[in-house]
Design a protein around this ligand. Structure first.
Ligand code: G3P
Ligand code: MG
Length: 256
């Protein structure tokens, strides 16, 4: 079980450009204890923090991440698209993001953006290497993915790793599939969640996290379903005023 109910999605992506160091800092500033970020590989095998396969949506550049290396990726501006105030933000190397998370004392849900191809093994290997180097306490790291093979490879390489199974809608045999991966948690799109499924996930012994919940009022009907936490772009709307979501954090980030 991780010690967070409100998890900053892509950092705090309503306050700063998603998946940047600024977004991680913004999350910490509003008081979250955990952030979720996405990770992918550059063409030279360097893991970076980025959601999309291409840089077009969130930078001033164009093309797939695989066309960049750790030098050329620094030339892209990853903040100006969001607002002028963030011009100069870069796509962070994963190593930089992990160092910041560690220094801020946050927990990290790393989402492996795997695609089911052979490069997934390289991604897992590179990410686990960066995690070892960053030396974040193991109880503050949770690795998730939509791609079960990437989770399996992660677990094979590090038996201690906390694993979260990510689905939009829970598939048939989700219980068996999550158990086979040694998952501690199930993560799903809250729009497809029902009380019956939430109860089944909890009864099966998994933590339950939902993405991406940005409206505290809309979340009210879900508050008694046993959901352990939410990913939100808007942690500022849930913390402090979090009673509205029924997910208020305990002091020190621990859950009640
Ligand atoms: O990890 C939860 C959520 O981030 C999964 O979807 O597309 O926002 O990475 P996405
Ligand atoms: Mg994600």
């Amino acid at each position: 079980m991780i010690a967070a109910r409100i998890i900053g999605h892509r950092g705090a992506s309503s306050l700063a450009p998603e998946n940047t160091l600024a977004a991680i800092r913004a999350a910490a500033e509003v008081g979250v204890s955990w952030v979720e970020i996405d990770t992918r590989l550059l063409g030279d095998g360097t893991p970076v923090v980025h959601h999309d396969e291409c840089v077009d949506r969130c930078t001033d550049g164009t093309g797939p991440l695989s066309a960049f290396d750790r030098v050329t990726i620094r030339r892209l501006d990853a903040g100006g698209w969001y607002s002028e105030a963030f011009t100069g933000e870069r796509i962070p190397l994963l190593a930089e993001a992990l160092a910041l998370v560690r220094d801020l004392g946050l927990g990290i849900n790393l989402e492996l953006k795997a695609d089911g191809h052979s490069s997934d093994q390289r991604l897992v290997h590179a990410v686990l290497g960066e995690l070892r180097a960053a030396a974040i306490p193991s109880e503050r790291v949770l690795v998730s993915s939509f791609e079960p093979a990437a989770l399996n490879a992660s677990r094979v390489q590090n038996r201690e790793l906390l694993i979260g199974c990510l689905w939009s809608r829970l598939p048939p045999h989700w219980r068996r599939r999550a158990a086979a991966l040694g998952a501690v948690s199930v993560h799903c799109d809250w729009r497809y969640l029902t009380e019956r499924i939430a109860t089944a996930v909890k009864q099966a012994g998994f933590d339950l996290y939902c993405y991406t919940v940005n409206d505290p009022k809309a979340f009210l009907p879900y508050r008694d379903w046993g959901i352990d936490g939410i990913f939100t772009d808007r942690p500022q709307d849930f913390l402090g005023g979090g009673q509205a979501a029924g997910l208020e954090e305990q002091p020190g980030g621990a859950k009640g």
